[in-house]
Design a binder for this molecule. Structure first.
Ligand code: DOR
Ligand code: ZN
Length: 441
């Protein structure tokens, strides 16, 4: 296997520059200066930051069913270019990923593309309809070895179904990822319920629709002694609920006998940066579920991510066709691209203001998501003998986002024309360069 020598990197952005040699899929050597072995590819990375490869717990790859907007292969390319080495492909495909056949297809397509580890997420309920549990055990035991289940796009709103799903997932060593949205509170909802929605005449998606489900599910998860993951947290109130739940559960002896209450949560880059001020022009590129909230919510999310109340960043990368976005607001589908811009948005919202160091970025984009998904070979320390699954970042770079130039088939980025800081310059998956200088290998 080829060898790669990264010269002059700062691991986690700390300390003195070092050379890092990747050989046979692992980090073979880290030293002040390494002479390139014959035939090795040398990357002059002076001043660049080396991080463990990023793990995205929330990606929509649209295969099967909407290959006109994204395929496992094109989404894998976007992921590698964005610094990702593993992604979780959500189940709201067509057909829905609620059987072994579909999850195995996604897994195989990921292996064929070979750019990132593609882990299919299985649906919690048949057809995402919320009425009947899908065969979680069959998907877990299939060749796809599903360990995360979610009806994302829809909330598992029936408390009895949620309870059963949590109980099964515990037995399977899996985690349930909840899209927290009480559907009775969001009928017809088009925007965050508040002054902006009122001004624009859009019906409101109240924060309480998210917060009430998160509170309920923390309690159900504690009861089932199961692991719960909350998708795309978007409100300051949800942060308060999670702070309460984590403090309450936090491994302490409780009346429940320290029953192993465990909840984790993600935040998207767009909820960190964008707010409902953007809705003024009615451009559906800004339509997303959960909706863009207020500046106070975005601030609370950033602080909670810094504090660890929110565990990680996940993209909710959601490609959509032009005809599904370039239409009137009410008819447009919710969702925005995220894989290739995530690192830059985290740099802008978290690193620049001093809320996170690069070492913390490794935690929220790689280590914590790998732990939540229980991936043994991702989010590993940068150390000799560890997998050479790495992301190289130029922290001084600036670049301008052009949707048409992104690797996704769809182009629905809300950052079109924006100049953003920091750029992924190379991604390595078990020693193999998957992306370098904006190109797929
Ligand atoms: O904005 C969103 N888009 N939120 C979701 O929950 C689903 C996703 C999609 O599939 O497009
Ligand atoms: Zn969702």
């Amino acid at each position: 296997m080829s060898e790669t020598l990264l010269k002059g990197v700062r691991c986690y952005g700390d300390g003195e520059p070092v050379d890092v040699l990747a050989a046979n899929g692992v980090i073979a050597e880290i030293a002040a200066s390494i002479t390139p072995p014959d035939g090795a590819e040398v990357i002059d990375a002076a001043g660049q930051v080396l991080l463990p490869g990023f793990v995205d717990l929330h990606t929509h790859l649209r295969e099967p069913g909407r290959e006109d907007t994204e395929t496992v292969a094109t989404g894998s390319a976007a992921a590698a270019l964005g610094g990702y080495t593993a992604v979780f492909a959500m189940a709201n495909t067509d057909p829905v990923a609620d059987t072994a056949v579909v999850v195995e297809h996604v897994r195989r397509a990921g292996e064929a593309a070979g750019l990132v580890d593609v882990h299919p997420v299985g649906a919690v309920t048949v057809g995402l309809a919320g009425e009947k549990l899908a065969e979680l055990g069959t998907m877990a035991e299939s060749a796809a070895r599903v360990r995360m289940f979610s009806d994302d796009g829809h909330c598992v709103h029936d408390p009895l179904i949620m309870r059963r799903a949590l109980e099964y997932s515990r037995a399977l060593g899996a985690v349930i990822a909840q899209h927290a949205e009480e559907p009775r509170l969001t009928v017809g909802a088009q925007a965050h319920e508040g002054t902006q929605a009122a001004r624009l005449g859009l019906s409101g998606w109240p924060a309480s629709a998210e917060e009430s489900i998160v509170a309920r599910d923390c309690i159900l998860a504690a009861h089932a002694a199961a692991r719960l993951h909350i998708c795309h947290v978007s409100t300051a109130g949800t942060v308060d609920v999670l702070r309460w739940a984590k403090g309450w559960g936090g491994g302490k002896d409780t009346a429940r006998g320290g029953a192993g209450f465990a909840v984790s949560a993600e935040v998207t880059p767009h909820h960190l940066l964008l707010t409902d001020d953007r809705l003024a022009g009615y451009d559906p590129v800004n339509k997303v579920n959960p909706p863009l909230r207020t500046g106070a919510d975005a601030k609370a999310l950033a602080e909670a991510l810094a504090e660890g109340v929110l565990d990680c960043v996940a993209t909710d990368h959601a490609p959509h066709a032009e005809q599904d976005k370039d239409c009137e607001w009410q008819a447009a589908r919710p969702g925005m691209l995220g894989l290739q811009t995530a690192l830059s948005i985290v740099a802008e919202t978290m690193v620049r203001p001093g809320l996170l160091t690069w070492r913390d970025v490794a935690r929220v984009m790689s280590e914590r998501p790998a732990e939540i998904a229980r991936l043994p070979d991702q989010g590993r320390p940068i150390a000799e003998g560890e997998p050479a699954t790495l992301t190289l970042v130029d922290p001084e770079a600036r670049w301008t986002v052009r949707g048409a130039e992104l690797a996704s088939i769809a182009a629905n980025t809300p950052y079109e024309g924006m100049e953003l800081p920091a750029r992924v310059t190379a991604t390595l998956l078990r020693g193999r360069i998957t992306a370098r200088d904006g190109r797929i290998r």
